[in-house]
Design a binder for this molecule. Structure first.
Ligand code: UDP
Ligand code: MG
Length: 322
């Protein structure tokens, strides 16, 4: 691998055996046109298909590739964090493996970087080949997050972006866990701009972001950048107290006027249930924050690297076998 690297491309991989070869060749073709030194960092996030073997064989034939194998699946955000912490380039580009982010757009990002921008994020003008549910939830989430936080996190942007070395170093120095990387990039500031692109259909395979992972990412985004849910839980509590007192007064007035029984069983049960629901909702909002404080206090690492494989150490391994 070269010492003076201009571009580091970070590619997270989780069970991407159907995609990795095509992804590598598209990335290589695009990066070769820059005629500058580059490295591609594959982060194998605990894949249990043949992604690792395929990535190793790419490493074997290309000295610009580095493969980082995690000891298990730590998640997309940890994978890109590890990638950024293991790069040397003057500019770092994070891109998904499935070719939904077209590698050719990296050239537009590079152009903007050369104009002097420190962060160039890809903004999706259109999303192809994704379900209505995915598009709807993503669109709503980005807008909800924007309305909740003081940090200007641009809507419809994922982690496909170029960051300058100094931005990468700043991000690497942030110790927090449960990272919402795209939010952190907005938070650190510097000179930022966007390039628009059409998000394509996945080249092959299925999304590795099931609803559970999407919910975790959304909660990380909200809890990392907003206290509003905590404040809202106070409002919900106040509202439920008001409804409770109001309905009790209404029952007493009704009793005094009609002389009917004050004990209205159905009403009390309904009121009780809604109070209980509201209390639990508020507790769970508070729990989300406490859980994350607990994560921070444990100071566990964000990920564990099992091995780092490069063309160099692969050839050494082969020499030893001989
Ligand atoms: N990914 C990962 N770890 C995970 C889930 C996903 O490294 O636990 C990678 C995945 O291989 C892909 C990128 O993160 O390169 C984005 O995932 P995916 O395309 O499945 O997400 P979607 O585009 O459906 O939101
Ligand atoms: Mg994808």
């Amino acid at each position: 691998m070269y010492n003076n690297i201009t571009y580091s491309i970070v590619v997270p991989l989780y069970n991407e055996e159907l995609v990795i070869d095509e992804s590598y060749s598209r990335l290589k073709n695009v990066m070769d046109t820059t005629c500058e030194n580059y490295e591609i960092i594959f982060i194998n996030d605990g894949s249990y298909d043949s992604t690792r073997e395929k990535a190793e064989s790419i490493c074997e034939k290309d000295k610009n590739i580095k493969l980082i194998n995690f000891s298990r699946n730590f998640g997309h955000q940890c994978a890109i964090t590890a990638g950024m912490e293991n790069t040397k380039g003057a500019a770092v580009i994070v891109i998904d493996a499935d070719l939904q982010d077209p590698p050719e757009v990296m050239l537009d990002m590079i152009k903007k970087w050369k104009e002097g921008y420190d962060v160039v994020y890809g903004q999706r003008s259109k999303r192809e080949g994704e379900s209505f549910f995915k598009k709807f939830t993503a669109k709503s989430f980005y807008r909800l997050l924007k309305s909740m936080t003081n940090v200007d996190i641009p809507v419809d942007t994922g982690d496909f972006r170029l960051i300058d070395r100094k931005v990468c170093n700043t991000l690497n120095s942030l110790p927090e866990r449960n990272r919402y990387v795209r939010g952190l990039v907005s938070w650190v500031g510097y000179k930022q701009t966007s390039v628009e692109f059409e998000r394509k259909e996945r080249f092959a395979g299925e999304s590795k972001y099931p609803l559970k992972k999407m919910m975790k990412l959304a909660l990380d985004g909200i809890t990392s950048f907003s206290y509003k849910p905590l404040i809202m839980s106070g409002y919900i509590g106040g509202l439920s107290l008001f409804i409770g007192i109001f309905s009790m007064i209404a029952d007493i007035v009704k009793h005094l006027m009609t002389k009917t029984s004050i004990i209205n069983f159905g009403f009390i049960i309904a009121l009780d249930l809604s109070m209980f629901g509201i209390t639990l909702t508020c507790m769970s909002i508070i729990g989300q924050y406490i859980g994350r404080i607990f994560d921070e206090s444990r100071e566990r690492p964000n990920y564990i690297i099992e091995s780092i494989i490069t063309n160099e150490n692969l050839s050494k391994k082969h020499e030893c076998v001989k």
